[in-house]
Design a protein around this ligand. Sequence first.
Ligand code: AMP
Length: 328
Amino acid sequence: MNEAKKEMILNKIREYRRIMLFRHIRCDGDCVGATKGLKEILKATWPEKEVYLIDAQHSDYLAFLGADDEPVPDALYADALAIVLDTGTSDRISNPKYALCREIVKIDHHIPKDAYGDYEWVEEHRSSCCEMIVDFYSTFRSELKLNSRAAAFLYTGMVTDSGRFRFREVSGDTLRCAAILLDQGIDTERLYAHLYLEDFDYLKFKAYVYKAMKITEHGVAYLYISKAMREKFGLTLEAASSAISFMDSIRGCLCWIAFIENDDEQQSIRVRLRSRFVSVNEIGERWRGGGHACACGATVYGRKEVRALLKDADARIAEYKNTHEDWL
Ligand code: AMP
């Protein structure tokens, strides 16, 4: 699928001596895994090329994957190829210097909204962008080199973005790509320990959240995490935001939403929306956001907008439940 687009991207990679890799703000396992994994593949295949991954943002829970590159002078961007991974819209690219590069390649699996690349390969049915990088490797495996470091990075993204191979985007291709990585020899026991062990205090936070969560009339589970709550448990924004996953297995709750107060002056509230069976990305898009059909984000301001978004989501779920019978 999309063979011509992949061929074009490979030609661009061959053509450039310097390549800069970019990912989205508030990095997650997929964009970190995809950028680091692709960097390893490029360096192993073409040791003479300069490949940079520069990003001022980082993620505590992914720190075990290692640091990115140190900043370089702006002049180095000018004759480089930019490859932007896992980022649907240009305003979400973390390092704004991508715009200095001579040409831009976009490789992504989000619902396309913004065609910012000179060359684009977007497959929204893919469970992760890492899966696309493995597919890219697999297509050109006679030329590209994959090592065990690259495999571990890419597997991290595949596991995290697919909910441990559980989400509906997981296909036969997903597992075939995962198999290619596992064949390289990944220490999965250690990887899962890094990703999923929880601190004692975090479990206490979990208990608190389970008590505090609420549900709307038609079954939207939700949770509001204030700054005070974060401070009480000594949590970073990132750790507090992960509370979205606590609500993912409630029978009858087809949609679940976490509202997390940000630290900015505008007092914005980050919204994380998740669902099963029913798509909710239109709700995210109505509230300054977007993403995937069943996993998207948004931003709201003030309790009034929180209530309005919940009403919006509740109406969507009511409509879905009224017109479908096989939901759980
Ligand atoms: P999150 O809840 O932040 O993990 O977001 C879920 C998915 O939606 C991720 O793939 C994000 O990249 C994407 N996403 C989150 N916020 C936005 C936004 N404002 N615009 C477009 N995509 C978003």
